[in-house]
Design a protein around this ligand. Structure first.
Ligand code: PLP
Length: 481
């Protein structure tokens, strides 16, 4: 760390100088990503040059075998932890992290359930053939249409987020003469960040019901013959590295759960998602197996304390399944050595511009998220230089990788790969500056398959009414007006 500070004071404290700037750190890259003898990055046996000649840049590449293996490992971690305390666990893939029909069918086939948080995500899960009973619907402001679609489909659970929704769901289910299973989302007052958590009476945010209001609302749910109460739900945050927030939240929920048991059944307890992953070499994400065991242990202890039976558990991991399985390949454009003088002696930060940016990865702009990059199309013997990878948008906050060391000889037309872009990147993508959304491919055993094609300008013009009207009238731009 010392030599790093000496080398470039612009580098954040956590960023160490890599021993080998070409090295692939296994903790942050997909399982089947490696550098070939010739120095090119390959994913599941396909080189980045080959991928880019087939699909262009920017390009999202999912290591399919890694995705499948992680989905199974995550499901098994929670199932095994639940089994140890004599109960079961349902695992829902939080589809908002990344969703298309094929990925929905993978998780379905691998024995996971799926969470959706809008009518659109519900439509994708249903189109993928996921059985409605395996779908959970979330959202703090579900429309009547969304509730109607979910009840009609027969989803396995709707997570109620406010008192108003009780009547809405009950009357929708009543009109269809159905019994709709529901959970109640609780604001446990626990909010977890990566390394710490904050506990208050009620966390100051929009989701969930205050713990003190839960008994009255559950009584209301139980008064409706068209609703079936499954239990309480909490989700305390995302990218969490410390288990204590989950433990605290579970304790608070179980205390109320025990009260609710005095007046009726409470078969399940859903503790949400939020499990953290590595984005940089400095991150040290928890081992999920241990994490799950510690949460299960806390549930068992707390149930004992209240002398109640251990409920069936449910979890909703998203990022921890999809995040590490995917990389983004970019083409390097302009490069600028920017001399910064406000840190004492002048220091240089190398700005490397790529052909995407905040439109395909909004997280650095949204929450100053950190990422890691490698020169992918070749290896280099040049010394490492502190670099910032930036996009091509008209915003100075359009950052892809805030700080990482790249070979000092990085040049236009080199390819870069950015790690861990499988969660909250494509799903948060936009058409800012009229950029088209990149394609998403799955690679496996040496071949690549398109899951989502890239957008074209024609896709963007398809919704432009005057353009389409002129097109329909056979008018070109020059004939207009
Ligand atoms: C976003 C979300 C998740 C998934 O969070 P991750 O951090 O991706 O695991 C789970 N449950 C709810 C209710 C969510 O909103």
């Amino acid at each position: 760390m010392k030599s790093n500070v000496e080398l470039n004071p612009l580098a954040p404290d956590w960023l160490e100088l890599p021993e080998d700037v070409n090295a692939v750190a296994p903790a942050i890259w997909p399982a089947h990503l490696s550098r070939s003898e010739a120095g090119e990055i390959e994913i599941a046996g396909i080189g980045v040059d080959d991928l880019v000649s087939q699909f262009g840049t920017p390009l999202f590449v999912i290591d399919e075998a890694d995705f499948r293996a992680r989905a199974v490992a995550v499901r098994e971690a929670f199932e095994a932890a639940a089994d140890q305390i004599g109960t079961t666990a349902k695992v829902y893939y939080a589809s908002k992290v990344f969703l298309c029909t094929e990925v929905a069918s993978w998780v379905d086939e691998l024995g996971l359930n799926i969470d959706v948080s809008s009518g659109g995500e519900l439509a994708v899960a249903l189109a993928a053939g996921v059985h409605p009973s395996k779908i959970g619907l979330h959202g703090n402001n579900k429309s009547l249409i969304e509730i109607g679609r979910a009840v009609t489909a027969g989803v396995g659970a709707i997570v109620i987020d406010s008192e108003i929704e009780i009547e809405r769901i009950a009357s929708t289910a009543g009109a269809q003469d159905k019994i709709q299973p529901v959970r109640l989302r609780v604001n446990s007052g626990v909010h977890a960040h990566t390394h710490e958590f904050l506990a208050t009476a009620r966390e100051d945010q929009k989701f969930g019901i205050a713990l003190s209001d839960v008994p009255a609302l559950v009584a209301k749910i139980r008064s409706h013959s068209h609703l079936k109460f499954l239990g309480l739900h909490s989700h305390i945050g995302s990218q969490i590295f410390a288990v204590d927030g989950f433990v605290e939240s579970a304790k608070r929920l179980i205390a109320v759960h025990a009260e609710l048991l005095k007046f009726g059944e409470v078969p399940e307890l859903n503790l949400g998602g939020g499990f953290g992953i590595n984005y940089t070499r400095a991150d040290d994400a928890p081992e999920l197996t241990e994490f799950a065991q510690q949460i299960a242990q806390a549930v068992e202890d707390e149930c004992k304390l209240h002398s109640i039976a251990i409920p069936k558990l449910a979890f909703e991991p998203g990022r921890v399944i999809a995040g590490p399985t995917t990389v983004t390949i970019y083409n390097v454009g302009t490069i600028k050595d920017v001399t910064v003088t406000d840190v004492g002696a002048p220091q240089v930060r190398k700005y490397v511009s790529v052909d995407g940016g905040m439109s395909d990865n909004a997280r650095p702009a949204l929450y100053e998220a950190d990422y890691s990059a490698l020169l992918a199309s070749r290896q280099s013997t040049a010394p490492p230089a502190l670099a910032r990878v930036v996009g091509k948008h008209c915003e100075s906050g359009d950052i892809v990788v805030r700080a990482d060391y790249l070979p000092a000889d990085i040049a236009p037309n080199d390819l870069l790969v950015v790690a861990a872009t499988g969660a909250y990147c494509y799903s948060l993508s936009s058409n800012y500056n009229f950029l088209t959304r990149p394609p998403v491919v799955a690679v496996k055993d040496g071949s690549a398959r398109l899951l989502l094609r890239g957008e074209t300008e024609a896709d963007l013009f398809a919704r432009d009414v005057l353009y389409q009207t002129n097109l329909a009238n056979g008018k070109s731009k020059s004939q207009r007006g």
